[in-house]
Design a protein around this ligand. Structure first.
Ligand SMILES: [Zn+2]
Length: 326
């Protein structure tokens, strides 16, 4: 006879008991699906660096939104690829820009869609930086007004939430003030608070055509080895009026998600970025991993780390798999 009295395996014997004691669960309600909008009509162009993701025009995107809603994912995060670019990223705050038109198109057909917009200039500037460039540097303060104009134009087009991703100092306060001044005090801000200068964004740059023409983003995005600094960035965004704070990327920054979760009471989002997605897709295509299990395990990891919200290119697949598991 064994003298073991404590046997954790008792609670792992079958699926029923495992479900009963499960600590964290991913829900379709947690998911945000990123989508790329391009000019024109009838556009559905697969993004080679992000298999299964497309550039959509304001008309074709409706099919994707419909499918997303059918699967039980209600929130989309929109990125724009403008017709033309210039030094000051004027396409970003054009009332008839790509994102603004896509918002109107989606809201007219599927008003229940919760539309979040990425607020930044890098997809719209000829130099590919997230702000106004002076010499070789990105000039913080003159950029703030343009970011605020961008967020305001999204709200005017019908966006439900805005998400500044530029990492300029003081942008949340500038955006909050502009929204409030124009009657959009109920539009929340999801701040990309701890956004790192990461190599994991590689496939996105190709998708959004937003690689900087010179230099890199290390003078405004965070240095990957830093975690305490992330808490400081989050704190500032909270003080400036952020409603949700985000950690980006997710996989290599699980500790940061956890620390932010522990230190603040706001909802925490994480961005499961393009490089994380592309690595899974590449390994799965080679038969090296079980895509479904890897993705679901990763999603559970984000929840365990403390994320309330997961922004992911896997959103439709995750929703489908969750439905199958029910
Ligand atoms: Zn940017």
């Amino acid at each position: 006879m064994s003298n073991l009295t404590v046997r954790p395996r008792r609670l792992r014997r079958n699926e029923a008991v495992r479900r009963l004691v499960r600590e964290h669960a991913v829900s379709r309600d947690d998911l945000i699906y990123p989508l790329f909008v391009a000019p024109g009509t009838g556009v559905k162009r697969e993004i080679s660096s992000l298999p299964g993701n497309y550039h959509w025009s304001a008309d074709t995107i409706l099919c994707e939104i419909e499918e997303m809603l059918k699967l039980g994912v209600r929130s989309a995060l929109l990125f724009g690829l403008p017709e033309s670019k210039d030094e000051v990223g004027s396409g970003a705050y054009d009332a008839h820009g790509v994102v603004q038109e896509a918002i109107r198109s989606i809201k007219a057909r599927f008003p229940e869609t919760y539309i979040i917009t990425d607020v930044c200039l890098c997809e719209y500037t000829s130099h590919g930086h997230c702000g106004i460039v002076k010499g070789e540097t990105v000039d913080n303060d003159p950029t703030l007004g343009l970011l605020a104009r961008t967020a305001l134009s999204h709200a005017e087009a019908g966006a439900d939430m805005v998400a500044p991703s530029d990492m300029m100092d003081g942008r949340v306060a500038a955006i909050r003030a502009a929204l409030d001044e124009h009657g959009f005090q109920d539009v929340p801000i999801m701040a990309y608070s701890a956004k790192y200068a990461s190599a994991y964004y590689g496939p996105f740059r190709a998708a959004a055509d937003s690689a900087p023409a010179f230099g890199d983003r290390r003078s405004y995005q965070m240095d990957p080895p830093n975690a305490r600094e992330a808490l400081r960035e989050v704190e500032l965004d909270v003080l400036e009026g952020a409603d949700i704070v985000m950690v980006k990327p997710a996989l290599a920054y699980m500790d940061v998600i956890y620390r932010v979760r522990e230190a603040f009471n706001l909802p925490v989002a994480c961005y499961n970025v393009s490089g994380e997605f592309a690595m899974v897709k590449a390994a799965a295509a080679q038969g090296l991993i079980d895509e479904r299990r890897i993705v679901m395990e990763t999603m559970a990891g984000f929840k365990r780390a403390g994320a309330d919200i997961i922004i992911t290119y896997h959103a439709k697949d995750v929703a489908r798999w969750l439905k199958e598991e029910e």
